[in-house]
Write a protein that binds this ligand. Structure first.
Ligand code: GUN
Length: 298
């Protein structure tokens, strides 16, 4: 593959996330020295889902690197819903814990909705609780889901004011598509949400100044669906056959054909992925500030 990493059309989420983590670490340091506040994040993993184990390990490591307390809770795959809910209640009460993240997917005997509904909305750093989804929809001080928040940061860094832009969000999940659409509405974009039942998806995509792809289907969006000069944010992280008996990661956008057409595009890996953890740290720091009634340090 050509070395495109230095091309200005590449939106380098990895570098942006590293800068964001450094800013958060400086703010956490200020919270400690000025107010004696040490933000804490609890991450709960039930079962042994291989990808989840990697994600949880990375979240804990980044939390500690940012100077925050990390509390890891590993539960057996056979854990009951009652036991998991009891742990969430305990974390809700624990004053050292400002953020709670229960890693998804959960074992089949556990209802994710029941778990999410039990998390104190003020500690819901994933932004999945209906209270936070509602606050995002109507405006107010909630918690914004990490992946769409990261996408928005990259878009604003690249484009500045987004007002009036035509944005197409491909995917309507509660975790990415719906909150992404809400955030873009808040930025005064004209937002279309497309999905598997959308008629003439290619034509919808071609109208978009901003295209956010979050469907989980490898290379579904070809370059000729992209408006020349459009900004493309690829949320997909799909494992595909690399042809040599190995696997590699591919986005929802066909990078090879999209790159020459787009004005800006996030690579996979190294685009949106690293932003998600950085935004999780941001939300945890924000939750700690709100809990103690202090301004976020400059
Ligand atoms: N599993 C994959 N991504 C996420 C995420 O952002 N939050 C949680 N809780 N689980 C996930």
């Amino acid at each position: 593959m050509n070395d495109t990493t230095a091309d200005p059309r590449i939106i380098d989420g990895k570098a942006f996330a590293a800068g964001l983590r450094a800013e958060i670490a400086a703010r956490v340091e200020a919270l400690k020295s000025r107010h004696g506040i040490e933000p804490g994040l609890a991450v709960v993993l039930a079962g042994e889902h291989p990808a989840s184990q990697v994600y949880v390990r990375n979240k804990a490591r980044r939390t500690r690197e940012a100077g925050m307390q990390s509390f890891e809770h590993r539960l057996p795959a056979a854990v009951t819903q009652d036991d998991l809910l009891a742990l969430v209640h305990q974390l809700n009460r624990d004053p050292r814990v400002n953020g709670i993240l229960v890693q998804l997917p959960l074992p089949e005997q556990i209802g994710a909705d029941a778990v999410i509904a039990t998390i104190d909305p003020a500690k819901d750093v994933d932004g999945f609780h209906t209270t936070n989804a509602g606050l995002l929809a109507v405006g107010g001080e909630g918690m914004v889901p990490c992946t769409p928040l990261g996408c928005l940061m990259l878009l604003k860094d690249r484009l500045g004011d987004l007002a009036g832009a035509r944005a197409l969000v491909l995917g309507r999940s509660n975790i990415v598509g719906k909150p992404m659409a809400q955030l873009l509405i808040r930025e005064s974009c004209t937002v279309t949400v497309a999905h598997s039942r959308t008629r003439d998806l290619a034509a919808e995509c071609r109208r978009a100044d901003i295209l956010v792809a979050a469907v989980g289907r490898p290379r579904m969006v070809p370059g000729d669906w992209i408006r020349p000069g459009a900004t493309v944010i690829d949320v997909g992280i799909n494992r595909v056959d690399a042809g040599n008996g190995k696997t590699k990661l591919a986005g929802d956008v066909d990078f090879e054909s999209a790159f020459p057409v787009a004005g800006g595009i996030t690579p996979v890996p190294g685009g949106v992925g690293p932003m998600t953890i950085a935004c999780l740290l941001h939300n945890t720091m924000l939750a700690a500030c709100r809990r103690h009634g202090v301004e976020v340090p400059e």
